[in-house]
Write a new protein. Structure first.
Lengths: 339, 336
């Protein structure tokens, strides 16, 4: 893969798989290609997405099929091109923005929360934009290339925030996001790009924005997670002595409250797992929901497994200690089950 | 110094001149009424006016074609009126009525009318520069002969978004027009403390190779002439265009601001010679229009404002139970 010149997440090269299977990254690319073939309004903007195919190679080959107008390289100006995407969406286009790293979402923050999020509520004008954000750590990217900044947008009225944790949802959530009338922030996890592989979803596949999904049924405890946490939780569930349910939120905002409470009713124990640092974002929202509406259902205090409140560190020894692993998640689960 | 009549540009005919006069007067008299209502405590929050800058709003608003789009800001009420916003609509927004253009969710000049190509103002200055560039990009993609225009103050020239937007407009060569209101102050800060080179037209041309000229922002005929030409250049595929309209902000930043930071006499001297409304009235007299006709326009505008105000005051307050409707595109935004 290094021969392509694109950044690659460590932790494994492309997983080998049977014919007809694709990686998480290829699922994202397939969703873009299929959406662009079906709808002329869909076009892409971002840094180095054309000739170079994007820093991670997600848009590799798209320039050849769709041309410069629809695969539009931009200068380094996130506030500018996210704003331009909003203006194009105002005029009925369906722009899909690629941020080179999710961390760079600090730059167009104002455009997202001021303009994209509030325009429909105060004017009735829908702003159907998608912002793709290569997110997450475990890639030795350090404090500016490893973040999970979705938490800043969880709770922001007018935005939808989705975090696919499977190949199927990488495809299905992106197709749904592009067709959605609202601004959608799509956080695609860099570590999953080439480590997840599954059968290619059908072009008709959509993962609806909103509903969470039980990816593993269980009766003793629930892990509520999303994004990179899904594979971690599934492996941890196998490693503990107990029948563990894994609930993949998929859409972290607005939160599928009913799904969380439904699972809790079944298991009475809950562990919230996220890769964002412990005091930000979806985890607090889920725990607040459980405190307010699930208190009577609990057999144990709700648990949280998440990194400490620091930026993502660089050195392998530090980052490995920072990131929730299968082992550390299994340990947290074992504590919860033993309470 | 006596009032200086507007220029006699041949491209701006009699009908346009009368339309311009109605628009500058509408903004002037509406805002005078608005300030009274604010001081009486009948308008909540804050109010903004564009006294001294009405010619820019009216000229640019009238220069656009029916399918063009625009993002007016706080000083451009006449642009709203040129694009079909009614006096009642505007007052309803100032009052926060349930049937206002924002359904009471935002106030004063913070409203648009997307269905008529008016993007709703946001307070973060410079934001709408990239947004209109994106609208213009959509027109270019589809090969539509349409233009997107935004206003911005000289104050917005210290904001990064403005520079990012202008850069994209230049790189992409989209049909966008930027009308800069150089009114000498951003809130209380004079232009001399905002930037080193205060010639914004020069900076736009030098920095982004976007054709830009300085125009007299108190001369409605000159503004219409120049913006119309810029809009048509953009429409014909000549890329983005910019104008820097020079004027003086005759009021404080907002209704609460008495502008004590402005040197004594500056505004009075300016108004005596360059008041946009009186400059245009003076030109109309030179054109041979009768004083009676001009007084007739004043009377009809006064009447239009009174009637619109009455209609707006009678409008229902917003229903708090609808607050969460329309955060997202489904369920639909509340009807009025």
């Amino acid at each position: 893969m290094t021969s392509t010149g694109h950044l690659e997440a460590p932790g494994g090269g492309a997983a080998e798989g049977p014919a007809g299977s694709i990686t998480y990254l290829e699922a994202i690319r397939a969703a873009l290609v299929d959406a662009m073939r079906e709808d002329d309004r869909v076009f892409l903007l971002g840094e180095d997405i054309g000739v170079f195919g994007g820093a991670f190679g997600v848009t590799a080959g798209l320039l050849d099929e769709f041309g410069e107008d629809r695969v539009r390289d931009t200068p380094i100006s996130e506030e500018g091109f996210v704003g331009a995407a909003i203006g194009a969406a105002w005029m009925g286009e369906r722009p899909v923005v690629e941020l080179q790293f999710a961390d760079f979402i600090t730059c167009p923050f104002d455009m997202i929360v001021t303009v994209a999020a509030k325009t429909h509520w105060r004017s009735g004008q829908a702003i159907p934009i998608v912002i793709r954000c290569p997110t997450g750590g475990g890639v030795r990217g350090g404090p500016f290339h490893s973040g999970s900044p979705e938490g800043w947008f969880v709770g922001t009225a007018g935005l939808k925030v989705v975090c696919p944790g499977t190949v199927e949802d990488a495809y299905g959530l992106l197709r749904a996001a592009i067709e959605d009338p609202d601004p959608v922030l799509y956080f695609e996890h860099k570590r999953l790009y080439r480590t997840l592989r599954a059968p290619a979803p059908l072009p008709s596949h959509r993962t609806p924005i909103g509903p969470a999904h039980v990816v593993r049924e269980g009766s003793d405890a629930t892990v509520v997670t999303y994004g990179s946490g899904v594979t971690t939780a599934l492996a941890a569930a196998e490693a503990v002595d107990g029948d563990v349910e894994v609930l993949d939120l998929r859409t972290v905002w607005p939160l599928d409250e009913a799904a969380v409470l439904f699972s809790l009713e079944k298991t009475s124990r809950v562990l919230v797992l996220q890769e964002a640092s412990r005091s930000i974002g979806a985890a607090g929202l889920v725990l607040s929901l459980i405190a307010r509406k699930g208190f009577e259902l609990l057999d144990a205090p709700p648990a949280l497994h998440a990194p400490p409140d620091t930026p993502v560190p660089f050195a392998p020894e530090l980052e490995d200690a920072y990131m929730p692993s299968v082992a550390s998640t299994a340990a947290a689960l074992a504590d919860l089950l033993a309470y | 110094m006596p009032i200086e009549p507007c220029v006699d540009a041949a491209s701006v005919g009699r009908e346009d001149r009368i339309a311009l006069f109605r628009l500058v007067l509408l903004q002037r008299l509406f805002e005078e009424r608005e300030l009274v209502l604010y001081r009486q405590g009948r308008i909540p929050g804050s109010v903004y006016t564009g006294r001294g800058q009405e010619a820019v709003a009216a000229g640019a608003g009238l220069a656009l074609g029916p399918d063009d789009v625009v993002a007016p800001l706080n000083r451009e009420l006449a642009c709203h009126f040129a694009r079909g916003t009614t006096v009642a609509d505007a007052f309803r927004n100032f009052f926060g009525k349930g049937t206002s253009p924002t359904r009471g969710r935002d106030g004063n000049m913070h409203f648009g009318a997307p269905e008529r190509g008016l993007f709703p103002l946001v307070s973060m200055l410079g934001d709408l520069v990239p947004v209109v560039v994106g609208a213009a990009l959509a027109f270019k993609r589809r090969g539509e002969p349409r233009v997107a225009l935004t206003f911005l103050g000289e104050g917005a020239f210290s904001v990064g978004d403005t520079h990012e937007g202008l850069n994209l407009a230049g790189v992409w060569q989209v049909p966008a027009v930027f009308v800069v209101q150089s009114n000498r102050y951003s809130y209380s800060t004079p232009v001399s403390r905002q930037m080193v080179n205060t010639n914004i037209a020069q900076r736009i041309y030098g920095g982004w190779s976007i054709p830009a000229e300085r125009i007299d922002g108190t001369d409605a005929i000159a503004v219409l002439d120049a913006v119309r030409a810029a809009v048509e250049r953009a429409r014909r595929g000549n890329g983005p265009q910019a104008l820097e309209a020079l004027s003086v902000r005759m009021h404080g930043h907002a209704g609460h601001d008495d502008a004590r930071y402005v040197p004594a006499g500056m505004r009075e001297e300016f108004a005596a010679r360059f008041d946009p409304v009186e400059r245009l009235a003076s030109r109309l007299l030179l054109d041979g229009l009768s004083a009676d006709l001009i007084d007739g326009v004043r009377a009809s505008v006064t009447e239009e404002i009174a009637a619109g105000l009455e209609e707006a005051e009678a409008a229902p307050a917003p229903d708090p139970s609808t607050l969460e409707v329309g955060v997202y595109a489904a369920p639909p935004w509340p009807d009025r």
